[in-house]
Design a protein. Structure first.
Length: 299
């Protein structure tokens, strides 16, 4: 299989077939991000020959387990959705050729990847199986989005995700707890719920900002331009986020960046999730949480 560097995928794509379509990120300017630093290039598109070769190899493996069928494929790369619709449709055709049982195709996407596609292209991609794409919106706090060089604002999240709604493409959000900085976490959470409550994400997965020395954000901290939230403040931020969400959604605090996993289906489990967060805020020691963050070597 043609995998370049670390393979990143959402936790909920664990049973999906993973096929590399791109490597690296077209943006690669977010100050906090170090996910693709192990690559010797910024961005690369996989040749279709490699994609077909990987599908053929995967088909051979799946034949050994005839009781297992591929129903979903996740395209690996920071933002494969940036590719032209014609390319994405070719990839969908190849997947269908080798795995006729496949029903849907997911991938990571940036908000700006949606912007460059026309409405009719989005509808065509949905018909070809593209659904359940994961978008790292990070926050709805415009100040934080600008400082971190995300390349879009909260209004863009609203506009582009409403276009996905119209095309019938479901989507999931990644939220980055701590991105607003010291003293601003709860404000950032409220700004984010103002965005999310107008949209229809299927999942909101919250990660916690972990700052590594090789990040641009680390340099900003050293220069005195930004301060990190305390660990307890991050949990207060999460509580504000959960408490202000008024949409049906699966809310998940998981992954290595989170010391304490929490999840629930809203609105049914909302009170339980908020209660758990209250207990963490009141009873868990800041030093214990900071030790976890400090000893986290990689996400």
């Amino acid at each position: 299989m043609h995998y370049a560097g670390t393979v990143w995928r959402p936790p909920y794509e664990s049973s999906s077939l993973l096929i590399e379509i791109t490597a690296g990120c077209t943006h690669h300017k977010c100050k906090f991000c170090t996910l693709y630093d192990d690559l010797p290039f910024k961005f690369r598109m996989s040749p279709l020959e490699d994609v077909e070769e990987d599908l053929k190899e995967a088909q051979g493996h799946y034949k050994l387990w005839s009781f297992r069928k591929v129903s979903r494929t996740f395209l690996v790369g920071a933002n494969p959705f940036v590719l032209k619709s014609s390319r994405l449709l070719e990839i969908a055709s190849l997947i269908q050729k080798y795995f006729p049982s496949n029903q849907s195709i997911g991938c990571f996407a940036r908000i700006t990847d949606i912007t460059i596609k026309k409405d009719e292209e989005l509808s065509t991609l949905r018909k070809a199986g593209y659904d359940g794409i994961t978008i790292g919106i990070e926050t709805g706090d415009n100040d934080a989005l600008a400082f971190m060089n995300k390349g879009y604002q909260a209004e863009d999240i609203l506009t582009q995700c409403k276009r996905l709604d119209n095309a019938g493409i479901h989507y999931n959000f990644f939220y980055l707890t701590g991105i607003s900085g010291l003293g601003k976490g709860e404000k950032g959470a409220r700004n984010t719920t103002n965005v999310c409550n107008q949209l229809n994400p299927q999942i909101i997965g919250a990660s916690m900002l972990t700052i590594f020395p090789n990040s641009e954000l680390y340099k900003e901290i050293e220069a005195g331009h930004w301060q990190e939230e305390t660990e307890i403040e991050k949990y207060r931020e999460l509580r504000t986020l959960a408490d202000n969400l008024n949409i049906p959604v699966w809310f998940a605090v998981g992954g290595a960046s989170n010391a304490i996993p929490i999840q629930g289906t809203f609105p049914k489990d909302k009170k339980k999730v908020v209660s758990v967060l209250d207990k963490i805020i009141k009873s868990v020691d800041e030093k214990e949480l900071r030790d976890y963050r400090t000893n986290l070597r990689h996400l």
